[in-house]
Design a protein around this ligand. Sequence first.
Ligand code: HH2
Length: 266
Amino acid sequence: MGVLNVTPDSFSDGGQYFEPARALERAEQLIAEGADILDVGGESTRPGSAEVGAEEEIRRVVPLVAALAGRVSVPLSVDTTKARVAREALAAGAEIINDISGLRFEPALADEAARAGAALVLMHSRGTRETMHTLPPVADALAEVTESLRASVAEAERRGVARTRIAVDPGIGFGKSQEQNVELLARLDLFAAAFPDLPVLVGTSRKRFVGALLGGAPVDERLHGTMATVTAAVLRGAGVVRVHDVRAAVDTVRVADAIKAAGGGV
Ligand code: HH2
């Protein structure tokens, strides 16, 4: 899954693809590099980022989704927590909604996914937009992530989303300590085993915990570290990896998949 942030302030690519023509060009580049899904985001979730109203998010995301839907063959995902944005994006041709709140912010988002027969990614996070990066970490991250996402999956199904249309994501970097981010990757097989029938999505790309493991590497020096996390995630059961650097990730996943197929997985 290739990331296409059409925001002025995303932590690693903010402002770069805010212009519609640049965004289309970038989308085509990500597909040429081998992305199987594009994830379009109109609101940054990085610590300290500004909240965007539904109108503005729709203005950023929906025309791009409509333009892409007519041009590309890969499924389009929209990274949003808002039911209205989801509705309009699905009407414009998106097929997947990626909700970093796991339906905690606007449970009605699941109604939109259900109505459209869309797929739904439920990511674990805690707290509100304002507090999710500053809450003290819980004692047992794996238990918290698993229990919370069980509730998210149940809510989605209660609102009519078919279980076969749901994927789960432990939400690396969202309200977890440095150690917990590493631990969640190390124990991803246990997380995957808690949802044996659902695909697991993992997003580690260029995140701060990778920089910290590399002694404080800035965002543009986290590529190799990110690919190590992609390898670990694939070997432990991730079915989808959300990345900015698609070219590198495609090669990494191909090799990791081969090692896994030869019995090297967990
Ligand atoms: N991480 C980010 C955003 N959306 N969605 C899922 N499913 N999983 C993730 O780990 C995830 C996500 C944060 O990264 P990014 O989009 O690069 O930055 P920003 O939130 O600043 O736009």
